[in-house]
Design a protein. Structure first.
Length: 87
């Protein structure tokens, strides 16, 4: 069952709004409301990106950060094709 990309976008936007509200009302580091809102944004984004691909064969080009990723390491750009996208 595919989801209309507009409906998925509205849910994604609502999740972003909820995340902003939770972040602005944060009660300290590790606030469970902010963490829950983060996961809601990630889930809503994936639904939107999937629905966009199913409907139009397009993706946003964005991704959700993996908790295990190391922010200090930059990804190497090896392919000429990747360089063209960055330019």
């Amino acid at each position: 069952m595919s989801i209309d990309p507009r409906v998925a976008l509205e849910a994604f936007t609502a999740a972003l709004e909820e995340h902003l509200a939770a972040a602005s009302a944060r009660r300290g580091p590790g606030d469970p409301a902010v963490e829950a809102a983060f996961f809601s944004v990630a889930d809503a984004f994936e639904v939107y990106d999937d629905s966009l691909y199913e409907a139009y064969g397009e993706v946003t080009g964005l991704g959700v950060l993996d908790e295990d990723s190391d922010d200090d390491e930059d990804e190497d750009v090896d392919d000429e094709e990747d360089l063209e996208i960055l330019q």
